[in-house]
Design a protein around this ligand. Structure first.
Ligand code: SF4
Length: 216
């Protein structure tokens, strides 16, 4: 299964005859199982609303507008924002925009609960100051707490705003409501990870990093 390297892209043309190694050659039974899921009412509505939003604002709407229109199509009233403490200002802007769009909005900071990093097993040498010399504190992000609190509020769609790698994984795993991502945390690129890897410097960075790691 290496779709990332495929030059045929038969699937995108609605054809099921892909090249060697195409998952459609060997795993049509699994694909059929997935297709049957879309027959279930709530899942069908999510999938069709996603398609309607894609078509409605294609290359014109910013992602936050897409989230608003998606939530309206789904007739959601309560939205949750699980945000990183480093994006407090952005969280307030997003929350206000969503409130003005007519939603009841609940937002939870990643540090909620003030749980020490020690309590979740972060070794002492990875607390306080980062290996790159920045102040990072002793309080762990608490994505499970964010998910539980938003469930308590009864949110119908949760928006991940700048959660760290891994903390976001936990949030996705524990969120009761479906989750969409407004921004992926990437401190070095202004939260635009693809922007970084598409630059000459981004590619150089990974070339150097991986050649150093491979010679160890
Ligand atoms: S599903 Fe098949 S045709 Fe589509 S990208 Fe993957 S390998 Fe290519």
């Amino acid at each position: 299964m290496k779709c990332a390297y495929c030059k045929v892209l038969a699937c995108g043309e609605g054809k099921t005859k892909g090249p060697k190694g195409c998952p459609m050659r060997e795993y049509m039974d699994i694909i059929e199982e997935a297709r049957r899921e879309y027959e279930k009412t709530p899942i069908r509505k999510l999938a069709s609303s996603a398609g309607i939003v894609e078509a409605s604002g294609y290359i014109e709407w910013p992602r936050l507008r897409e989230i608003i229109e998606f939530a309206r199509l789904m007739q959601y009233k309560k939205l949750g924002i699980a945000f990183c403490i480093g994006l407090q200002e952005e969280a307030a802007i997003v929350s206000k925009i969503l409130e003005k769009a007519g939603f009841e909005v609940y937002s939870i900071n990643c540090k909620v609960g003030a749980i020490p990093k020690e309590d979740v097993g972060v070794p002492k040498e990875y607390q306080g100051t980062s290996k790159t010399g920045y102040e990072i504190g002793y309080v762990t992000c608490n994505p499970i707490g964010q998910a539980y609190l938003l469930a308590q509020a009864g949110t119908e769609l949760n928006i991940a705003l700048g959660l760290c790698v891994g903390h976001d994984s936990l949030f996705f795993k524990y969120s009761k409501a479906p989750v969409t991502v407004l921004a992926a945390k990437d401190r070095i690129s202004g939260h635009n990870p693809l922007g970084f890897i598409k630059t000459y410097y981004g590619r150089k960075y990974f070339q150097k990093l991986l050649s150093e790691q491979n010679t160890k």
